[in-house]
Design a protein around this ligand. Structure first.
Ligand SMILES: NC(=O)c1ccc[n+]([C@@H]2O[C@H](COP(=O)([O-])OP(=O)(O)OC[C@H]3O[C@@H](n4cnc5c(N)ncnc54)[C@H](O)[C@@H]3O)[C@@H](O)[C@H]2O)c1
Length: 439
């Protein structure tokens, strides 16, 4: 078959929804994507190295907050979803979307081992006429410089025999207004033909697709977006520390500043940043920039400020207890929230864990309550949370610290039963009490 036939055949299958789609990595990004694709009629195969996850999805059992249970069950019941832990199914697929983790190691160096390993697995089964699209967040150059050579090892050529694209996922866990379907999606191809095929694919289930001129541009778009958040959060975190010194309420300053109808955008301080994106992704760019003899100073500084925030929060706890003639050591503290943001069960990179660990190390008698998380297992820390928040526990605590502003917690009730509340997230906004201290 000549190249144009390969393109036409794949685009026709995509437009007729007869293309078989594979999603590698059934996590926060991959599972919602799988469901969206199946909802528009594609037969989708989920590949995950976790047999537990593969089994749950195959049975229609949901474990991701942004996926509606009934949506997953409906596409499974309709026979549109199958799952596996093995990659030999890849040869039967027309489109393969990769959504595996892209963490950093302890030295803030990108760890592309997941992307590399999955690419090798796909390369072993690659056949002409397939589209491979990477969705994991990464530095500019990953698709073309890391994935393409591996995929071409068997002799097939990107843009000629198979198609290669990068399309960053923008999912915002817990956001009910913007979901995978109605969030604009940026798509970059390794070459114009790959872009054309990838656009045809993404347009089937996503309302607005934004083409860019290369995979590298699309990769840069994603890291820029997350760097933008990291830097702006660091700016308000720095302001919060200054306001603390100056005895001003940063929250009052920000509320007033954000009444400006143009030229400003709301960002709020807190005990740090968490999740699989903001604390990590900017460092992918920082690392890549060094290859060009370029220092990304905003990224470095923002990372430093944001990573310092748990310590700042702990210092403030020490001051609050000190004012009562108490030390952290031996004080009873209840921490509200372990998730990295409100109304999600994800505690990866959560600053709340750092706050908890530091207070624990300093000798506090500390326990946590999070309506979304019953147990935290992170590094050497394994700790079970309180199964419910009891008025007696609050009354017996010297201090309650709010680290995640979950909306299902009744903060007026917490306040009523607590001696002292340190609110790092302004979760108590609208409540007035001398018991509250804000970050
Ligand atoms: N979570 C978010 O909010 C978010 C938003 C946008 C982009 N991203 C990016 O998307 C990517 C995936 O993130 P996530 O949050 O969905 O991760 P996740 O940890 O929730 O899911 C990753 C999945 O990949 C599976 N996996 C790992 N190695 C595998 C392998 N070799 N073969 C098959 N499966 C494998 C894991 O078992 C897991 O189920 C990351 O690059 C992340 O930066 C995440």
């Amino acid at each position: 078959m000549i190249k144009t036939d390969l393109i036409a055949a794949l685009v026709e299958k995509i437009q007729g929804h007869t293309a078989r789609v594979g999603v590698v990595g059934l996590g926060y990004v991959g599972l919602p994507f799988l469901v969206e694709k199946a909802k528009v009629g594609f037969h989708v195969t989920g590949i995950d190295r976790s047999s537990e996850r593969a089994g749950m999805v195959a049975r229609g059992e949901n474990y991701i907050g942004d996926v509606r249970d009934e949506d997953l069950r409906a596409v499974v019941d309709a026979g549109l979803v199958e799952t596996t832990t093995a990659f030999d199914v890849v040869s039967q697929l027309d489109v393969i979307v990769i959504c595996v983790p892209t963490p950093l190691d302890r030295n803030l160096t990108p760890d592309l081992s997941y992307v590399r390993s999955v690419t090798r697995e796909i390369a072993a089964c690659l056949r002409p006429g397939q589209l491979i699209s990477l969705e994991s967040t990464t530095y500019p150059g990953t698709t073309e410089d890391v994935m393409k050579p591996i995929l071409e090892e068997g002799g097939l050529r990107a843009g000629v025999d198979f198609f290669l694209a990068y399309s960053p996922e923008r999912v915002d866990p817990g956001n009910v207004r913007f979901t995978t379907k109605n969030t604009n999606k940026v798509v970059g191809g390794n070459d114009p033909v790959s872009l054309e095929v990838a656009l045809a694919f993404y347009r089937q289930s996503i309302e607005h697709v934004v083409p860019v001129s290369s995979a590298k541009v699309a990769e840069m778009v994603k890291v820029y977006e997350n760097t933008f958040r990291s830097v702006n959060i660091a700016l308000v975190n720095e302001l919060a520390m200054l306001c603390d010194r100056m005895n001003l309420s940063v929250w009052e300053v920000l509320d007033a500043a954000f009444t400006k109808p143009f030229g400003i955008m709301p960002f709020y301080p807190g005990p740090g940043v968490g999740g699989h994106c903001i604390p990590l992704d900017p460092h992918y760019l920082e690392w890549k920039a060094r290859e060009y003899g370029f220092e990304t100073r905003f990224i470095t500084l923002a990372g430093e400020i944001n990573r310092h925030m748990p310590e700042f929060a702990v210092n403030k706890v020490a001051r609050l207890l000190n004012n009562q003639g108490k030390a952290i050591k031996g004080s009873r503290i209840i921490q509200l929230g372990m998730a990295y943001k409100r109304d999600v069960d994800d505690y990866r990179e959560s600053p709340a864990i750092h706050v908890f660990e530091q207070l624990h190390k300093l000798g506090a008698d500390i326990s946590f309550y999070d309506p979304f998380i019953s147990i935290v297992q992170e590094g050497s820390l394994t700790v079970e949370g309180l199964s419910k928040l009891a008025a007696d526990d609050l009354r017996n605590a010297d201090l309650v610290i709010i680290t995640t502003p979950h909306t299902t917690v009744d903060y007026a009730w917490v306040l009523e039963h607590s001696k002292m509340v340190f609110d790092t997230r302004n979760a108590t906004k609208g409540l007035t009490s001398s018991k509250i201290t804000l970050l």
